[in-house]
Design a protein around this ligand. Structure first.
Ligand code: BTN
Length: 268
């Protein structure tokens, strides 16, 4: 993979390590982190043989098609704030795609990006010792997906008919992330981006099902489900701590955290 070295001009990036192939850039980042690498180490691979997603899922990572990268950071913040950085990462990708490529994406809280209801991006944030690893996977130039994920995954190529240079796109995303990250380190909450995040949130002001993780894999793959056994809530958007504010049918408000549940729109 040829890497655009101008990514080094972004102050947040101190070191870039590029692989042609690795099992998972998150695994490599964790190894480098445990061996004391610097804050701001970016690991990129052309493909992954064991790309990992949230909840133990795999992330399809074929060569020459997607972006697979992990950013190792050592933010001086309370561990309880780390999930907020994951939300920033999703917003950074969404911003970069809109500003640089005029591609509209919606956010499926907490951090999947969707186009036309199908997933193009997944983010896996992991905390380890004194550092965090933000793993980002983006379906960029994929021409097709295997049966089984073809109905829930898409790529920028499939949605726009164009191929994109992955190296430049990585730089665009890191640029956006950098702005959001430094503001967050000062403010230590998401207040300043709530309105923008909610404007992209696919569930905002819609009825949703709140699904415990143990149930998600049993449901069909579509982001739209109908299941009378699950209570319906109304999504009110994110709170300053990144949790999702929901109102139940009795009007009671609650805040849910991404570790415990996922959400699906009742009607998209
Ligand atoms: C998800 O969809 O649940 C998250 C997917 C995260 C995939 C990225 S690709 C780069 C990094 N390395 C991994 O093994 N996973 C993340």
């Amino acid at each position: 993979m040829i890497f655009d070295s101008s990514v080094f001009e972004i102050p947040i990036i101190k070191n870039v390590i590029v692989y042609d192939e690795t099992d998972s850039t998150n695994n490599r980042a964790k190894e480098y982190g445990k061996n004391g690498c610097v804050d701001g180490t970016l690991i990129v691979s052309d493909c992954q043989t064991g790309g990992r997603g949230r909840m133990g899922r795999s992330f399809s990572s074929p060569s020459g098609e997607g972006i697979y990268m992990s950013l190792l950071l050592k933010p001086d913040i309370d561990a309880s704030l780390i999930s907020e950085i994951t939300l920033l990462s999703g917003l950074a990708i969404s911003r970069a795609l809109k500003i640089q490529y005029n591609i509209n994406t919606s956010i499926k809280w907490p951090n999947d990006l969707l186009i036309n209801g199908k997933k193009i991006t997944g983010i896996l944030t992991e905390k380890c010792e004194d550092f965090i690893v933000i793993g980002i996977g983006i379906n960029v130039n994929n021409k097709k997906f295997d049966e089984g994920i073809a109905d829930i995954a898409t790529s920028l190529y499939l949605e726009t008919g164009k191929e994109y240079e992955r190296e430049t796109m990585i730089k665009d995303i890191i640029n956006e992330f950098s702005d959001l990250y430094y503001t967050f380190l000062t403010e230590q909450n998401l207040k300043s981006i709530i309105e923008e995040y909610n404007s992209k949130l696919i569930s905002y002001d819609k009825d949703i099902y709140i699904i415990p993780h143990e149930l998600t894999d049993k449901l069909n793959n579509s982001y739209q489900i109908t299941d009378d056994s699950l209570p319906i809530h109304h999504c009110m958007g994110i709170a300053p701590d990144g949790s999702l504010i929901c109102r139940d049918s009795a009007g009671k408000l609650s805040q849910i955290n991404s570790g415990e549940i996922s959400v699906r729109n009742v009607v998209i």
